[in-house]
Design a protein around this ligand. Structure first.
Ligand SMILES: NC(=O)c1ccc[n+]([C@@H]2O[C@H](COP(=O)([O-])OP(=O)(O)OC[C@H]3O[C@@H](n4cnc5c(N)ncnc54)[C@H](OP(=O)(O)O)[C@@H]3O)[C@@H](O)[C@H]2O)c1
Length: 296
């Protein structure tokens, strides 16, 4: 990274932000911001904070990430994810700062048979996907030196995610079995496919890209796809938890925000640039469970 190595990080208490803070701080000076000290919806506050830090790079993870919540709180979704990102882009444009933003597989409709490429046309079907795409567009218009990293099915040590939810539900089931209660199998959707991705791998990939001048949109998910059921099976296998699991369909689990059927992403631009560090999703999960399993 050119300059003094200062990074302005939004959402540093979130799932991804907290691992970015830890990993990037090994090499760079990172100024982390989150609610309540900085609301990205406040244009002047964002500009003031950026003027104080004077970063070489701004890394923007802060977002309203509750996909179903976004459907019932559309205004908040657009204000945080679109306007908030626009505010950060404005500040970066004024100060000539490189901006790295995390977007999502939900910008796609999930109807493609193969994994999506960066050149595929977005067609979001949810308010969350629409608001994150609006963030992409604001950055593309305002900030010449930008990198949009589309990630998906994210899990990590902090916050709520699928891995932690499964372990929690699995433990509940095993406790009930231990008490001699009758249990029903845990139903998990087996007809939606994607790439589970560990926050630490995204943070390492981001770190590697800080020294490159790659611009535009890149897909940055773990290699290989699975269903939620396949992902859950892998979690219980690695945790050595004999949980009774049953595959089910999307129709068995109606949600306020429709889920894409197949939203796998191909890291084609990272590969073409020789910069793809993302490993197989099963290896990443194994490492995550080994490192964090006892704490979950
Ligand atoms: N999680 C996924 O599966 C996934 C998939 C694809 C892309 N992404 C994207 O990756 C990024 C990181 O996701 P994540 O899972 O780490 O999210 P997260 O855990 O929900 O963290 C987001 C952080 O942003 C903060 N925030 C929310 N509204 C804010 C505001 N108005 N001003 C400042 N900060 C605000 C949140 O604070 P509070 O907790 O106090 O609200 C939280 O600390 C996001 O941009 C997300 O859209 C995530």
């Amino acid at each position: 990274m050119a300059g003094t190595g200062k990074i302005f990080l939004t959402g540093h208490r979130g799932q991804l932000g907290s691992d970015l803070l830890t990993i990037l701080s090994e090499k760079y000076e990172v100024a982390g911001f989150d609610l309540p000290e900085l609301d990205i919806c406040n244009e002047q506050a964002v500009l003031d904070a950026m003027r104080i830090v004077r970063p070489d790079v701004a890394i923007h993870t802060a977002a309203y990430t509750d996909v179903d919540g976004c459907e019932s709180n559309r205004e908040t979704a657009m204000t945080v994810n679109a306007v908030g990102t626009h505010n950060l882009a404005l500040a970066c444009a004024e100060m000539g700062t490189r901006l790295i933003y995390y977007s999502t597989d939900y910008v796609f409709d999930g109807t493609k048979a193969e994994a999506y490429l960066e050149t595929d046309q977005p067609n979001p079907k949810t308010t969350y996907g629409l608001s994150k795409l609006a963030g992409e567009r604001a950055i593309e218009v305002l900030v010449e030196n930008h990198l949009i990293m589309r990630i998906a099915w994210v899990y990590g040590r902090t916050g709520r995610n699928f891995v932690k939810t499964m372990i929690h539900l699995g433990r509940q089931q095993l406790d009930r079995i231990g008490r001699g209660d009758n249990v029903t199998p845990l139903k998990v959707v087996d007809d939606q496919f994607g790439n589970p991705t560990w926050t630490v791998d995204i943070a390492q990939q981001t770190m590697a890209l800080l020294d490159s001048d790659l611009r535009g949109v890149v897909h940055a998910t773990s290699e290989g796809e699975t269903s939620w059921y396949g992902f859950a099976s892998g979690i219980f296998h690695l945790m050595d938890m004999p949980v009774s699991l049953m595959p089910c369909t999307t129709e068995d689990f109606p949600r306020p925000a429709p889920r894409p059927k197949r939203s796998s992403l191909e890291n084609s631009r990272l590969k073409a640039a020789g910069k793809n560090l993302m490993r197989d999703h099963r290896d990443a999960l194994e490492q995550f469970i080994k490192t964090e399993g006892l704490e979950l």
